[in-house]
Design a protein around this ligand. Sequence first.
Ligand code: ADP
Ligand code: MG
Length: 242
Amino acid sequence: MPEVKVANLAKRFGDNAVLHDITFTIGDGEFFTLLGPSGCGKSTTLACIAGLERPTGGSIAVGTATFVDAGTFVPPEGRNLGMVFQSYALWPHMTVAQNLAMPLKIRKVDRREQDTLIAETLGRVGLVELKDRYPHQLSGGQQQRVALARALVYSPSVLLLDEPLSNLDAKLRDQARAWLKRLQTELGITTVYVTHDQDEALALSDRIAVMSKGDMVQIGTPQEIYETPATAEVAAFVGRCN
Ligand code: ADP
Ligand code: MG
């Protein structure tokens, strides 16, 4: 059901046009990655889907809900999306359980239901025994899992992940990558993933959208992107320099 449709998305900051004409559709349950070098507009695209930035043109819809078009702008709290950013931004003065409770309180979920959802979600990410710890008492990898748990606890229709692994060291990153992929497959949750790391994109994605300087250059499966890059730039970027 939660098909994500982004059509002719444009975004300007002042007179700096950072997204020109971005169009893509993501199927239900798909792991879809926006890949491209730093500054190409990946985070801005994700922020527009989240409602954190207001596009200057185009439309965004999830399932039957229109979030953005010429006459519509649904604020972030009306979109039921889960988000994890590069910096996990857990609330430092709250325990793991309290961090997960916050989005449920905002949604006025009753207390008993909160406890059930928190226990369930912590079980899913393997953190039940850490529920009373504070963020500074957790490793980077554990903090990242808590951030993901907090994004999942209210059953969002779509998960938005902006370089969630980039603060981890290389070894942890490989583990986290495998774990993230397993979890996403298990949950079957539609995921929009942002990274500048080609290996990560190739390993995780059902499909990859390659961006360059605010334009969409190519959309395809990892195999298509790798074997038949649309431009020399894509070829160079995904590691095929013929
Ligand atoms: P990426 O995530 O691919 O690295 P971004 O979407 O963060 O790229 O940035 C795309 C361009 O938009 C960059 O040139 C960046 O400086 C600019 N930009 C992003 N956010 C803002 C903002 N809030 N105000 C002004 N310029 C911005
Ligand atoms: Mg970014």
